[in-house]
Design a protein around this ligand. Structure first.
Ligand code: AMP
Length: 113
């Protein structure tokens, strides 16, 4: 079930965001609670709750999000960065509109918590 989320409201312009990228398929904006000097979220304009709900027909869209992640990281001057997609509550997903985190600007440890 695709319930509207805060990200749907951002897409509709009902709540502001610190936009860094926009095209017909997705929107990129700075995370409100950054975990690193660069922390950007990329969200599809299509309402997909999580990666669990992505379908084969979404393959091109998902690939596009990854390409945009690289373009944004490059524009932000990042040489190394991490892309994260949290899927499900126990994996840390709090907003149920598929989104990709681009995190960088400091050394990142592995494994994550
Ligand atoms: P996740 O925990 O993977 O679902 O990530 C959700 C992210 O959305 C978190 O890092 C939040 O800080 C971020 N977030 C929540 N509300 C907003 C908002 N209004 N603007 C920007 N980022 C937000």
């Amino acid at each position: 079930m695709n319930n509207p989320t805060i990200f749907s409201q951002i897409l509709k312009g009902e709540i502001p965001c610190d936009e860094v990228y926009s095209d017909e398929l997705c929107l990129g904006f700075r995370d409100i609670s950054p975990q690193a000097p660069v922390h950007i979220l990329i969200i599809p304009r299509k309402n997909i709750s999580s990666l669990k709900d992505a379908e084969k027909k979404d393959a091109e869209l998902l690939g596009h999000l990854l390409i945009v992640a690289g373009q944004i990281a490059n524009k932000e001057g990042l040489e190394d960065w991490r892309t994260v997609i949290n899927t499900g509550e126990k994996a840390g997903q709090t907003v149920f509109h598929l989104h990709l985190h681009v995190i960088g600007g400091r050394p990142l440890e592995w494994p994550p918590g």
